[in-house]
Write a protein that binds this ligand. Structure first.
Ligand SMILES: *Cc1c(COP(=O)(O)O)cnc(C)c1O
Length: 347
């Protein structure tokens, strides 16, 4: 049976054309700075984001962790939203590798404000013997809230006020391309309000591997050193860099199709009495499906849909997630909706 895989946008496979581009890539050893396509990719991304430098890494997690490591010293504090990926999934890494304390804040829809940052700072003793807050992290789009776009003006004011307080800001932009396509705000415009930005090639952009971290030359040089420490230095990275370069050059504007397909899936399910889909809560390429009215848990629910040929992700106990990506056509969306209708008649 053909499985429709909507559990993540990381599941995409390279297209023929991407593979041709990969096959033609000249390679060298990136440990010596001699891999031409990796150098081209890093240069391309630095200028795309309007930053001095960029570093190609193996994953979004690694880019985030290098950003934290390069902009803090052990014992310092990172302030962020409780549900942002860096706290929700990467708490261990930040503690183990950068040796920092995460100070997570509960916010409205993941929109961390300076007021909340300030409260988190003022809430603890801050004389020199205590931990010093040094970094603020935010996320765009916000995965926990179904691909919600962190409002541009909110990023801007958070950044300006955080800098006045001497705090750096890292933007976890794993899906920032989705935000750019949806809002028409450029990578550069977003990135001016972050000291560092990370972005995944392996999500909506459809490459099989990798992430980028952009920032000042000084921070990226440090990140390069820590990437080596973590065993993440790459050698002949040209094939991976070529797929990423192809993705960032060719696959950005096509993301509108994913957004249209996510909206289509939601509208096909609006009338489903069990799922209670709110079309207004589909912001980009993610559809969060609430199964509170089902007797089943998310795990049981996705087991049922998989039996019917549809893979989803069990986000929490009563929410399952569908993500639309380059491998999903409009026809697939109709099929996915049909499977969901079928499964919910008996859930
Ligand atoms: C996927 C994701 C990451 C991590 O990326 P990996 O490549 O899976 O390590 C980080 N942040 C956000 C917001 C993500 O969605």
């Amino acid at each position: 049976m053909h499985i429709l895989d909507l559990k993540s946008d990381t599941v995409t496979l390279p297209t023929e054309e991407m593979l041709r581009f990969v096959k033609d890539a000249k390679m060298g050893d990136d440990a010596y700075g001699e891999d031409p396509v990796t150098n081209e990719l890093e240069g391309y991304c630095a200028s795309l984001f309007g930053k001095e430098a960029a570093l190609f890494t193996s994953s979004g997690t690694m880019s985030n962790q290098l950003a934290i490591h390069a902009q803090t010293t052990p014992g310092e504090e990172v302030i962020l939203d409780r549900y942002h990926h860096i706290n929700y999934f990467e708490g261990i890494q930040a503690v183990r590798f950068a040796g920092v304390i995460l100070n997570p804040v509960k916010t409205k829809k993941g929109i961390l404000t300076y007021e909340e940052v300030n409260n988190a700072i003022e809430d603890k003793p801050r004389s020199s013997v205590y931990s010093r807050p040094s970094l603020v992290c935010i996320e765009n789009t916000v995965s926990y809230y179904g691909g919600f776009i962190f409002p541009y003006e909110s990023i801007k004011s958070l950044y300006i006020q955080s800098k006045e307080r001497g705090l750096n800001v890292h933007i976890d932009g794993a899906r920032i391309a989705n935000a750019c396509v949806k809002t028409g705000i450029s990578f550069k415009e977003y990135a001016q309000y972050g000291d560092t930005v990370s972005m995944c090639f392996s999500k909506g952009l459809g490459a099989p591997f990798g992430s980028i971290l952009v920032g000042t030359k000084q921070v990226i040089d440090k990140a390069r050193k820590y990437r080596k420490w973590h065993g993440g230095q790459l050698h002949q990275s040209g094939h991976m860099a070529a797929a990423a370069l192809y993705a960032i050059k060719n696959n950005v504007s096509r993301i509108t199709d994913d957004h249209a397909n996510a909206s289509l899936l939601a509208s096909l399910l609006v009338k489903n009495p069990v799922l209670k889909i709110n079309k207004n809560e589909v912001y980009t390429n993610i559809v969060m499906i609430n199964i509170e009215d089902c007797r089943t848990t998310s795990e049981e629910f996705i087991f049922e849909t998989k039996q019917q040929g549809l893979e989803l992700f069990p986000w929490d106990k009563k929410r399952v997630r569908a993500i639309i990506h380059v491998g999903i056509s409009k026809k697939d969306i109709y099929l996915a909706a049909e499977i969901l209708q079928k499964v919910t008649t008996s859930c």
